[in-house]
Structures are given as structure tokens and as C-alpha cells.
Design a binder for this molecule. Structure first.
Ligand SMILES: Nc1ncnc2c1ncn2[C@@H]1O[C@H](COP(=O)(O)OP(=O)(O)OP(=O)(O)O)[C@@H](O)[C@H]1O
Length: 613
């Protein structure tokens, strides 16, 4: 948003109110106690004035002790009040932070995948961690001190004028430039603070990516390159932080100089007034004692201003995410599937990614496909033809632009998302596992499934290796299951999809990382499951195609043919071309030594089919 169209800082920060509301009573009480501490500090100079003008002037020795005790009492009260203020605000502010963080996490879970495609994870991480902790610190201390110090300055100014109208006016007039300096500071600092926080997010993304991709970086010897990129970004951030620091130094220079000059002028004038007899010695002492009490509140205004602007930026960044609309939501009047059969239909489905250039036709450009209950349909097409995209549409990871996808005749947009996603389970080629036990990972889609269902899913996915892990099913697997091999992760992801006992199973090339022997075992076990479950399988190898009852050919965004593998081999040029290119890929892989048996095996399958055809 352009800087001139952004809401002012107060309106921007006002948006924190709903989260802060439950803590308001304690925050307000904390402010009242803080103001009381400030007023008590201002009362001490008044006692001093009395002490100098009455007790000392009258040489009343008996009056010294009570006055001194009164000052001591006021000092102790001030210290105790500050302690109470801190205690009052600390706990509720951690609750505010936790509430905001939970709300952010919940919102991120709900936002569509398209949002996550656009937002780097480091930007989200820096909002969830550093921006929110800046907001907490500001609510606990920044806002508190801003209010307390402003009240102290106003009351102190009144006391100064009451003590000596001339000195008071001179003091206040000479303080006016501070506000101009503050306004200039706000203009420059807001922009730099925003840049710094965004760059921090980018840096977090760089760290996250390089840690995540550490194996690739090491394997390709690109650690140095990643380091250089990181250093460049870190250097940019350092430059921005220096800009921030010089903006703060600029404001501090004036915040120290202006009160010092003001002090000196008032002192000279005060001494002249006292010498002329128009100001008592006690009033002069009280004036400067009050000005000294005001020194910290006046000086801190600059810091509090920058803190407030940092927090405003953090708040803007937080709400940038929270304001993102969730476009994939439950319907107003949801329908339910009373007796799910698993009939899946695509009717003239169109879809394009939001960032696709206009000159390109829709990626999914009028797909019509009917998969009967219990049928297994393989989806075959050239690489990049949109197969994975079509599978993602079934569980509404993306919403289609037009047409309809129906499950047992009901448009999937008329089903509640949790019902849809419990009826349709997915396994992806890139098997993501969470930092949790094997059991929790496999039962992610159906946590209440019993041991029997768990064991069966593991058997079908040929994932019995988990029993050899140190704690068996209770072994916590590392971040995203990195401590397991690619094939082991895929088998657990497949077990997860199977354990969900869905009516429709959507498998996006789920066997790609398995060796031939394991793949055969998984396939034969899967055949058993697939006999009773509708399945849509993206096939990248001929042997996966063999699992299917029928095959759908995806070409130019449409399903151009549906039939048995052998029929298509005999009748469809494009299918033959796709299958032979898959075979080529396999042979290339075999030549590079990665999976030769699988390639030979696939080639044999195709040859046999061709002979039969
Ligand atoms: N999240 C996304 N945002 C924008 N474009 C995307 C996104 N995901 C995929 N694409 C693009 O859509 C096209 C189809 O991708 P998709 O992954 O569906 O193809 P595919 O047929 O499954 O490919 P492969 O066989 O290589 O896995 C590609 O050109 C890809 O660049």
C-alpha cells in the first residue's frame, strides 16, 4: 500500500484492541499505577520547595526530619508502584502474544494453498516470532510508558508554570522543536523499519531454504554460493539497520541537546529572577527538580516513538496475513454424503494458476472424466501437462474456475471441507512427514483408527520396516522424516492415505521412490485395497499404469481418451508417445544406474501388452 494511503499510526495500532481486550483491566490498572508513580515523583520537588522555603528559611530543625521522611516515603512508594506496574502488565501481555500467534497459525492453516505458493515461509516465520514479540514488548512497556510519560510531562509542565510562569513558558516554548524533530523522524523511520522487518523475513527464508535443502547444496558443492547469497542479504539488512540506527541517532541528538540548552537558559533566567527577588530559592530548586524529573520522560519520547513505529510496522505485517481472505471455505448450507459410494466426476472443469500469463490457455481446459465407484483410473500425460494439478482440485487445495467436480453426484463445493477431506485421501510423490511418532504420522487422517487398521495400512504400503525402528511405532521421526529414506517416507505417506479409509484415494505418483521389488509388493497389496476404493492415480511409470482398470489421457488440458491400457496402446498415438517417453525416462534412469531393474521391468510390461494388443 502506498505510504500516503496507509492509515495513521493510531488507527493501525487500534487493530490490536480485540486481542488486547481481555487484558485491558490489568493494563489500565498498570497504567493508573504507573501514572501514580509519575505523580509521586513530581510531588517530591514540591516537598523540596516547602523544605527550602519554610523549614530551612525558618531554621526549623524539627521540621527537617518529617520532610525528609516524607521524601523517603514518596521515593519508596514510587519504587513499589513501578514494581506493581510491571507485575500487572507482564502476564496479560504474554497472553495477548499467545492469542495473536494462535490466531495467525489457525489462519495460516485455513488459507488456501495458493496463498502459501505466494508467501515465502521465512516471511511468515518472522511475522509469527519477531513481529509478535515486538508487539508484546510494546504493549507491556512502550504503550505504558508513552501514556505514563505523556501524563507526567503534562502535569510537570503545569507544575513548572505554576512555580514560575515565565520560566515555565520559556521551558515549554524551547521544548517545541522536539515535536518537529519527532515528526520528521516518524516519516523516515517508518519506511526504514518496514524495510528492515521485510529483509529480516527474507533472511529467515534464506536460512530456512538452505537448511531444508542442505543435502542438495552439499551434493552440488553449492554451499559457498548459498553463503554468498546469504551474506549479500545479511549485508543489505545490516545497511538498513545502520540507516535505522542513524535515524535514531539523529533524533537522540536533538532529544538530548534541546533539553540541555533549555535547562541552561532556564537556569540563567531562574538565577536572575531569584536575584531580583521575583522567585524564591525554594521555587527555583523545585523548578529544576521538576525539570529533572521530566528529563527522562521527555528524552524517552524519541525512543518510545521509534518503538511505536516499529510496532506499527509489525502490526501492519501481522494484519497483512490476517487480512488475506480465505477463498476456500465451507458452503453456507452444506450437504452430506449419507451413503458414500465413491463416484467421482469432472464436468467441463477449467482451472488456471492465478499467476499464469494471460496468453496461455487454461491449464485444465475443460476436463470431463467419470470414475465409477471402486474403479481405479490412471491419469497419464506429458510432464507439466497438469496431472498433479488435477489431483489437487479433488480435495479443493485449489478451487476450480468453472465446471464442477462431484462426489456421488454432489458438487464438492457443497460439502464441508472436513467431510470432503475425510472422504478423499491423498498421497503425494513428495512425501511430507511431521516431527511426530510413526503412529501419529500414519494416523494423521484418522487418529481414532485402531491398531488393526494401522497394521493393515503399514502392510499394504510395505512399511513394516517401522517395527525395526528403535521405538517401533512410537519412534519420533525427524523433521519431515528426513532420517528415513525417500522410499521409506513414500511408503509411510501411502500408509497414511490408506489408513484414512477414504471412498476416493488420490495418489500422485506415490511409488516413484520405491525399488522394483518393493513396488511390486506394494502394488499387489494396493490392488486389494483398490478393488473396493475409487482411485485416481497419476502414473509416471508403466508399471503404475498396470494397477489401473482404465487410463485417462491428459492432453492440452483435456482428457482426450479413456480406455484400457492395451486399447489405448493400439489406438492412441499420443498415449503411445507418452508411454514411450516414460519408458525413455526409465531407461535413462537405468543407464545412470539408479533403478535399472525397474526400467527393464517396465519395458517388459509394455512389450507384453503390445504383443497382446
Ligand atoms: N503452485 C503453482 N503455481 C503456479 N504454477 C504452477 C503451480 N504448480 C504447478 N504449476 C505449473 O502448472 C503446470 C502443470 O504442473 P503439474 O505439476 O500439475 O504438472 P504434472 O503433469 O503433474 O507434471 P509432472 O509430470 O512433471 O509431475 C506446470 O507448468 C507448472 O509450472
Amino acid at each position: 500500500m502506498p505510504a500516503d494511503r496507509r492509515p495513521n499510526t493510531v488507527s493501525a495500532l487500534w487493530r490490536l484492541l480485540p486481542y488486547a481486550r481481555p487484558a485491558l483491566p490489568r493494563l489500565i490498572l498498570g497504567m493508573v499505577v504507573g501514572i501514580a508513580a509519575g505523580l509521586v515523583a513530581l510531588a517530591i520537588p514540591q516537598v523540596l520547595e516547602y523544605l527550602v522555603d519554610t523549614v530551612l528559611a525558618d531554621r526549623n530543625a524539627a521540621g527537617i526530619l518529617p520532610a525528609a521522611l516524607l521524601i523517603l516515603g514518596l521515593g519508596v512508594f514510587e519504587a513499589a508502584a513501578i514494581l506493581v506496574r510491571r507485575t500487572l502488565v507482564l502476564t496479560p501481555n504474554t497472553h495477548i502474544e499467545a492469542r495473536m500467534r494462535n490466531a495467525l497459525f489457525e489462519h495460516l492453516q485455513r488459507l488456501p494453498v495458493a496463498f502459501h505458493d505466494r508467501w515465502p515461509s521465512g516471511q511468515l516465520l518472522s511475522r509469527a516470532i519477531s513481529d509478535l514479540s515486538a508487539i508484546r514488548r510494546w504493549l507491556a512497556f512502550g504503550l505504558m510508558l508513552l501514556v505514563v510519560n505523556t501524563v507526567t510531562i503534562v502535569v510537570g509542565a503545569i507544575l513548572l508554570i505554576t512555580t514560575s510562569p515565565l520560566l515555565g513558558v520559556v521551558y515549554l516554548v524551547m521544548s517545541v522543536p522536539i515535536w518537529f524533530v519527532g515528526a520528521k523522524f516518524e516519516r523516515t523511520y517508518t519506511l526504514v523499519a518496514r524495510r528492515s522487518q521485510d529483509q529480516t523475513g527474507d533472511l529467515a527464508t534464506a536460512v530456512e531454504e538452505s537448511v531444508h535443502g542442505i543435502r542438495v547444496l552439499k551434493a552440488f558443492g553449492r554451499g559457498g554460493h548459498a553463503l554468498k547469497k546469504f551474506e549479500r542479504q545479511a549485508e543489505e539488512l545490516r545497511g538498513t539497520e545502520l540507516e535505522k540506527a542513524s535515524a535514531v541517532a539523529f533524533v537522540w541528538r536533538w532529544l538530548i541537546l534541546i533539553p540541555d540548552v533549555t535547562f541552561a537558559v532556564c537556569l540563567a533566567l531562574g538565577v536572575v529572577l531569584a536575584a531580583q527577588g521575583s522567585l524564591t530559592a525554594g521555587a527555583l530548586v523545585a523548578f529544576f527538580a521538576t525539570a529533572t524529573v521530566l528529563r527522562f520522560p521527555v528524552e524517552s519520547i524519541g525512543f518510545l516513538l521509534s518503538f511505536t513505529l516499529d510496532t506499527r510496522t509489525a502490526t501492519d505485517r501481522y494484519f497483512e496475513v490476517m487480512d488475506e481472505p480465505n477463498t476456500i471455505t465451507d458452503p453456507q448450507s452444506p450437504r452430506t454424503l449419507d451413503q458414500p459410494q465413491g463416484l467421482l466426476e469432472f464436468r467441463d472443469v477449467h482451472f488456471r494458476y492465478p499467476d499464469a500469463p494471460d496468453r496461455f490457455a487454461d491449464l485444465v481446459n475443460g476436463v470431463d472424466l467419470r470414475i465409477e465407484p471402486g474403479e481405479t483410473m490412471a491419469l497419464v500425460g506429458l510432464t507439466g501437462s497438469g496431472k498433479s494439478t488435477i489431483t489437487a482440485l479433488v480435495t479443493r487445495l485449489y478451487d476450480i474456475d468453472s465446471g464442477a467436480i462431484t462426489l456421488d453426484g454432489v458438487d464438492i463445493r457443497d460439502l464441508r471441507l472436513d467431510e470432503l477431506r475425510s472422504r478423499v485421501a491423498m498421497a503425494f510423490e513428495d512425501a511430507t512427514l511431521f516431527s511426530a511418532t510413526v503412529r501419529e504420522n500414519v494416523l494423521l487422517g484418522r487418529p481414532d483408527a485402531g491398531e488393526e487398521a494401522l497394521a493393515e495400512a503399514l502392510r499394504i504400503a510395505q512399511a513394516q520396516f517401522v517395527h525395526d525402528l528403535p521405538d517401533g511405532l512410537d519412534t519420533v521421526i525427524g523433521e519431515e522424516g528426513l532420517s528415513l529414506s525417500g522410499g521409506q517416507r513414500q511408503r509411510l505417506a501411502l500408509a497414511r492415505a490408506v489408513a484414512a479409509r477414504p471412498s476416493v484415494l488420490v495418489l500422485d505418483d506415490p511409488l516413484s521412490a520405491l525399488d522394483v521389488e518393493t513396488e511390486e509388493l506394494v502394488e499387489s497389496a494396493l490392488r486389494h485395497v483398490l478393488a473396493s476404493t475409487t482411485a485416481l492415480i497419476v502414473a509416471h511409470r508403466p508399471s503404475t499404469v498396470m494397477l489401473a482398470d482404465r487410463v485417462a489421457v491428459l492432453e492440452d488440458g483435456r482428457i482426450t481418451a479413456v480406455g484400457r491400457h492395451s486399447e489405448l496402446l493400439a489406438t492412441n498415438d499420443h498415449y503411445r508417445f507418452v508411454i514411450s517417453s516414460l519408458d525413455e525416462e526409465r531407461k535413462t534412469a537405468a543407464a545412470s544406474g539408479s533403478d535399472s531393474d525397474a526400467a527393464a521391468d517396465d519395458a517388459a510390461v509394455i512389450d507384453a501388452e503390445e504383443v497382446r494388443a
